[in-house]
Structure formats: C-alpha cells, structure tokens
Design a binder for this molecule. Structure first.
Ligand code: UD1
Ligand code: MG
Length: 449
C-alpha cells in the first residue's frame, strides 16, 4: 500500500513573489502540477496535498486535477508539522507514505519507483533520496555510513563549518513506513535556527533509516529562489529538446529555442534559431519553423513553412507558407496550400484552400473560399464600434490593393474588387465592384507662371 503526501504549504519567502512558490511555473506547468503528475503515474492508493499559505489559490489552480485530498496546515511551522497534519487522517493506515517536496519538480517516476523498491527490500523505517552536489549550500546534509544507513540529517543553517563540508544532500523525497513514523511524529521539537518542526529530524529518531543516492543530481534540484527556477527551466528544456531530437526533430541552434512539454512534433521538422513553442502544440512532418517564431496552442499540418511569425490558438493545414511577419490569432483556420505573407494578421477566420493573402492585410471574422487572392493592404473592417461583423468572400475572387470591405458584407464567387475600393454592399458572383472616387486631373497645375 502506498500513499503520497506532497508538501505545498510553504510561502517560498526566498522567491520574493506574491504567488505561493508551488504556483511558480516551469515550462508550461506549475511546480505542484509537475509533482502531482509524477505522483499520479505511481498509481498510489491516495494522494494528499498539504496546503497552507494562499491554500485556496493553490486548490483553485489544481481544480482540473482529480483524485487529490487537500489537507490544511495552519500555521506553517515546518515540514515536520506539515506531515503531522496527516496523523488524524491516517490513524488506521498500514502502508508506506511517500513524502515529496512540491519544489522538487524534475524528479523522474523511475527514480521514485527505485526508492520505494529499495525501501521495501530493506524493510527500513525510512528510505530517502540523496545527491552529491558540487554546491550543496541550502540543502540538508546527510550523515551516513558506507552501507547507506543514515544517522542524521542536519539542515544547512544548523550545520557547523565542518558539517557544511559534507556534500551528500537530502533531496526532500522520502518513503516512510507509516506505522513507524506515526509513533515519533508527535515528538518533533523546534530546537533549530528556524524554530520549526523539521521532517528531517525524524531520520535520527527512526531505528532503520537508509538513503539511495541518485545518479543524476540535477533530477532532484530544489527550487527556493529565481536562480534555481531558471536552472531547472534550462534542465527541463534540455530534456525536452533531447527527447524530440531522438524522435527526428532538428534544431539549428537548440539553446535559443524553448518548447513546452505538451508539444508534439512529427518527423523531419527543422526548428530554426529563436523559435518557441508554448502550451499545447501539434506540428506535422517536414515542417520548417523559424527563425524568430512563436507558436502557442496551435495545430500545424505537414510541410508547413513559418518564418518570423506569431501563431496562437490557430490551425494550419498542409503545405502552407506563413510569414515573414505574419500573425495568426485565435480561431484562424488556414486550409491546405495557402500563402499568408508579410505583415498579415488573421483572426477568427476560415481561409479556404490555395488562397493567398500575401501583403499587409487584416482579415477578421471572415470566411474566404478557395483560390481567393487578397490584394496588398486589403482590410476587412469588422468592427462597427459595437459589434464584430462577418465578411464572406466566395471562391476565385480577387481584391485589389488597398480595398476596405466594410462588414457585414458578402462577395460572391469570381468577384473582382478594384484597387482602392471601399465596399459597403454585397457583390454578386462574377461581378466587378469598384467603390472609389473618380480620378480628377487639373492640367498644368504646377506650371503657374
Ligand atoms: C528541505 C529540507 C532539506 C532538503 C531540501 C531539498 C526540511 C527541514 N529541509 O529544505 O533537508 O535538502 O528540502 O529540496 O525539510 N512546506 C510546507 N509547510 C511548511 C514548510 C514547508 O508544506 O511549514 C513545504 C514547502 O511548500 C515546500 C517543501 O515543504 O514545498 C520544502 O520546504 P522548503 O522551505 O523549500 O525547504 P528547504 O529549505 O528547501
Ligand atoms: Mg525547498
């Protein structure tokens, strides 16, 4: 039997933020979400999240996740005190309790499984993860023998100079035999520099305490300040890029690109420098994305080329060319073989197959058919000051340069709009529409003498 308790009640003073620390984001997820997702993969019998500082905010942020029991810790007077809150809830519980710090977000499921297996093999009272760090400052120091039996953990701020030289550190990931832990939890004292009840003090009070050293120390990096947050972000990005490179994605300058862990890439995707993928994105095969591109929550088909552009909450078909300097905004749907060019903004519009919008246009709340050619500087004037109105353009129609289509308006199929027109009325199929003042010529205007 396995229960998981995630410690998430602390304020995170060193973060210097209005947000509770566990709601800081790493990639596209909060720290607590990451630890929760890993915990869920273990399929434990129950998961407790200990909340305290701005607990309601933490609960609200996690409302999309099921199967969590929230436990309140108030006041927040230490990690040991946080676990004491489980005493009345788990009074009859007989299994193991896995305790995870919510500020250790890069921990891998395999490492936790190894910890639990090791704990059970040795029938220990507690087994926890340790790491040898080049810079152990801030971490609790672990004093153990060669057989991995631990005598004690001393917090950094309670260590003397000699003890600080020990670089075996506590990762904040513990597997306890609950039956043993519950006996000693009430006996914790706050005789330390912070005057808090430390979970780490339980180690010296338990008969059999063991540690398992992780092979990759970066996996157990804790986040207490912005420097550590940035460090974990770069570790996460390296993990993600390396995963996708193994699946057939090329990065021209990998360190200048970031991706979120909810992105999926096809094969033979080439990512040029300074390109970023945020939120949930799906990119097809044979795409060339970047340089200088941001894609957020969007679906991109196969064989798509995007250069110096921004795409957010949009969908792009196959064999489309976008950019340079295009902006696809929410609900832009671009069908196959379209060309969206320089300085074009598209919002909430359906663009039919093989349609070209090549230069300097705004298309909003519109429905364009197939093989439409939108001339340079064409604007759909969709907002009348109160409402957003729709523009419809039929197949094979063309607009001349600098056309303004004042919505609501419908242009039929095969329509031609003369350059510089401002149209306010619908245009029937196959017609020419011109709406501009006639040209006026005054001869010899500049020859006054
Ligand atoms: C803790 C460990 C330290 C270890 C390090 C690993 C203790 C006393 N020290 O130190 O040995 O090397 O983690 O990263 O445990 N929390 C609560 N309630 C509280 C206080 C904290 O739930 O009253 C939560 C925090 O929200 C956080 C976690 O416990 O998620 C750890 O607290 P933190 O203050 O970050 O401990 P560290 O100083 O990092
Ligand atoms: Mg910490």
């Amino acid at each position: 039997m396995l229960a998981v308790a995630i410690l998430a009640a602390g304020k995170g003073t060193r973060m210097k933020s209005c947000l509770p620390k566990v709601l800081q984001t790493l990639g596209s997820k909060t720290l607590i979400e990451r630890v929760l997702e890993t915990s869920k993969e273990l399929k434990p019998d129950q998961i407790f999240v200990i909340v305290g500082h701005q607990g309601d905010l933490v609960k609200t942020k996690l409302s999309h996740m099921s199967g969590i029991k929230f436990v309140e810790q108030s006041p927040q007077i230490g990690t040991g005190h946080a676990i004491q809150q489980l005493l009345p809830i788990l009074s009859e519980y007989k299994g193991d309790l896995l305790v995870l710090n919510a500020d250790v977000p890069l921990l891998r499921i395999k490492t936790i499984e190894k910890l639990v297996a090791n704990h059970r093999t040795h029938k220990a009272d507690v087994t926890f993860l340790t790491a040898r760090l080049k810079k152990p400052e801030g971490y609790g120091r672990v004093f153990a023998n060669k057989e991995n039996q631990v005598q004690t953990i001393t917090e950094d701020r309670d260590c003397n100079e000699k003890e600080k030289e020990n670089n075996l550190t506590n990762a904040g990931v513990y597997c306890f035999k609950w039956k043993s832990l519950k006996q000693i939890l009430p006996k914790l004292s706050n005789k330390n520099e912070q005057k808090e009840l430390y979970i780490t003090d339980t180690i010296k009070m338990l008969t059999s305490a063991r540690h398992v050293e992780v092979s990759e120390s970066e996996e157990v990096s804790g986040i207490n300040n912005r420097e550590q947050l940035a460090l974990c972000e770069s570790i996460l990005q390296e993990r993600l890029r390396s995963y996708w490179m193994k699946k057939g994605v090329t990065f021209i300058d990998k360190n200048s690109c970031t991706i979120s862990d909810s992105c999926v890439f096809g094969t033979d995707v080439e990512i040029e420098p300074q390109t970023h993928f945020r939120g949930k994105c799906k990119i097809g095969n044979d795409c060339k994305i970047g340089p200088g591109t941001l894609i957020k929550d969007s679906v991109i088909g196969n064989n798509v080329k995007v250069t110096f552009s921004v795409i957010e909450s949009a969908e792009v078909g196959n064999s489309v060319e976008i950019g340079p300097f295009a902006h696809l905004r929410p609900e832009a749907f671009i069908a196959d073989k379209c060309r969206i060019g320089n300085f074009v903004e598209i919002k909430k519009s359906l663009i039919g197959e093989e349609t070209k919008i090549n230069h300097l246009s705004y298309i909003g709340d519109s429905k364009l058919g197939k093989k439409v050619n939108i001339g340079a500087g064409t604007i759909t004037a969709n907002f009348d000051g109160k409402n957003k109105n729709q523009t419809i353009i039929g197949n094979d129609s063309k607009t001349g340069a600098n056309s303004v289509l004042i919505a609501p308006i419908e242009l039929g199929a095969g329509v031609t709009v003369g350059a510089g027109s401002t149209l306010t009325k619908n245009v029937p199929d196959y017609s020419l529409a011109i709406g501009r003042t006639k040209q006026f010529i005054k001869p010899n205007w500049t020859k006054r003498d």
